[in-house]
Design a protein around this ligand. Structure first.
Ligand SMILES: [Zn+2]
Length: 505
């Protein structure tokens, strides 16, 4: 069957976790994906889609140095920072409103930071910079904290509260943002109109690619930064994966298709470094299916506890629809083929999803345990770099593929429902241990981070547990590459951008 048909089925959506879920992770199986994502796309987190903030903060670091500010001048620096960030976002909002297609073609449709908070003010005919700067962010240092770690990693600033520039004497590269500083310095009482901001569209976050600060950022990402080679390789793979793909296509699916299920990957990659990098990605992408399945396992297991009930009852409900067969039959013999006769990987994960009954958000338990079993069996077909990123010596504590393989071997001849019921009980024990480990004091007393609460001899889950796949940060990386002119939309497809050559140099 055509892989694309399978993927077009109930495809995964690489929705970033909510902030609440990101901190919770009740089964604690996600570590491996977060660590690999941080290694494969360093300096990219899900909340930082706009490249030009990096240049803005670097320009502000130079300004602070020029004015002789030290860490003792934090207050003055924050006033300037907040006025600049608020203006920067307001300029982008006004540009998008006036020229939506032009702005989106260069920067995507993700709003600048603080746009929501400023929306009321920006609807008025005129406003004060001071007012914009007051409302756009509740954080004292605006979005410096969000981007500061990346700026340090890229060698742009030292990441301090009054950051010091680390890019040497390249003030020319930042001169394009001088007008923003000048505007932010205007009198407290200066009234601004949308027309004033429209005149400043050269400062919009969509104009960074061809501005001098865009050159500076591309150099930091792809030429001189300590992670330049990794950035170039991941960017090259993402370009290959997205080329010709429709904009609506899940970016994780596109990478999955390229790195895991392209039989002539070595030829496609052209070069040993890129091929090896693709194999590392392969391991992480495949492992993410298992992590996702564990997240589904937990979310589905506790879903009936939205009404208070016993844990035994939740487990019985989890296993009641499983087929009356053995573990070996259901989770080995009845699985789709994992490789073709030549040893190329086949997209069994996509096939299992396409075969699942119904279309509810939570997978049915059989789909969940089949997905986990596929992960375990993948151990037989991965080697070298992909095996190292797929599974490691912490598998046992992370419920990784080796843990599942051992479980399958131990339970091969048991009735599927009995074996899964035992595992479900173990999951309750594990989640309890995980939340006890995270026990901490807050101003309201001792807090145990769990949604599962005991009420007498019954249990109740508050809200809904996270059930999405872990983010591999590719959406954010694509946004940065797009804004820097490395990737570009062409109609509703992706293609290479006018500065693409800089990642292959
Ligand atoms: Zn714009």
């Amino acid at each position: 069957m055509d892989i694309r048909l399978l993927i077009a089925g109930p495809a995964w959506s690489a929705r970033p976790d909510s902030i609440v879920d990101a901190g919770r992770q009740p089964l604690a199986v996600e570590r491996v994906i977060s660590e690999h994502a941080a290694r494969l796309v360093p300096g990219v987190i899900t909340t930082t889609p706009h490249a030009r903030y990096l240049a803005l903060h670097t320009r502000l670091a130079h300004e602070a140095q020029r004015r002789g500010w030290s860490h003792d001048d934090r207050q003055e620096f924050r006033v300037l920072l907040r006025r600049c960030e608020a203006l920067f976002a307001a300029i982008a909002v006004c540009h998008y409103d006036a020229h939506p297609a032009e702005h989106a073609a260069r920067a995507g449709t993700s709003q600048p930071h603080g746009a929501q908070a400023m929306a009321g003010l920006l609807r008025k005919s005129s406003f004060l910079v001071t007012d914009l700067a007051r409302v756009y962010s509740e954080q004292l240092a605006g979005f410096l904290g969000t981007y500061g770690g990346i700026e340090t990693l890229l060698g742009l600033t030292d990441g301090g509260p009054v950051p010091r520039p680390a890019v040497g004497d390249d003030v020319e590269g930042l001169a394009g943002l001088d007008d923003l500083i000048a505007m932010a310095d205007r009198s407290q009482d200066d009234v601004l109109t949308r027309a004033d901001l429209a005149d400043l569209e050269h400062l919009c976050l969509c104009r960074v690619a061809d501005a001098p600060d865009g050159v500076l950022l591309r150099r930091a990402y792809f030429a001189v930064g300590q992670h330049a080679k990794t950035h170039r390789l991941s960017a090259a793979l993402l370009s290959l994966a997205l080329r010709g793909e429709r904009d609506a296509q899940s970016i994780d699916d596109a990478m999955d298709l390229l790195c895991c299920f392209t039989s002539d990957l070595r030829q496609v990659c052209q070069g040993d470094d890129l091929y090896r990098h693709a194999l590392t990605w392969r391991g992480v992408l495949l492992r993410n299916w298992s992590v996702w399945a564990w997240r589904m396992f937990w979310a589905r297991l506790v879903a009936p506890l939205d009404q208070p009930d016993t844990l035994d009852s939740a487990v019985a409900s989890f296993v009641e629809g499983l087929p009356h067969t053995t573990v070996r039959q259901a989770l080995r013999l009845d699985l789709p083929d994992l490789v073709d006769p030549a040893g190329n990987l086949l997209p069994a994960e996509h096939e299992i999803l396409a075969q699942r009954p119904g279309s509810e958000r939570l997978w049915d338990p059989l789909t969940i345990v089949r997905m986990l079993a596929v992960g375990a069996h993948r151990l037989d077909h991965l080697g070298g770099g992909s095996l190292a990123s797929f599974s490691d010596d912490r598998d046992a504590e992370d419920l990784g593929p080796r843990y599942v393989a051992a479980w399958l071997a131990r339970n091969a001849d048991r009735r599927l429902a009995d074996a899964v019921a035992q595992q479900a009980h173990a999951a309750f024990g594990r989640a309890d241990a995980v939340s006890r480990r995270k026990l901490h004091w807050t101003q309201h007393g001792l807090k145990m981070p769990t949604r599962l609460r005991r009420e007498g001899d019954r249990w109740r889950v508050e809200g809904e547990e996270g059930y999405g796949p872990m983010s591999l940060r590719l959406n954010t990386f694509r946004s940065v590459l797009h804004q820097l002119g490395v990737l570009a939309p062409d109609g509703d497809h992706w293609t290479i951008g006018r500065h693409h050559a800089e990642i292959t140099a």
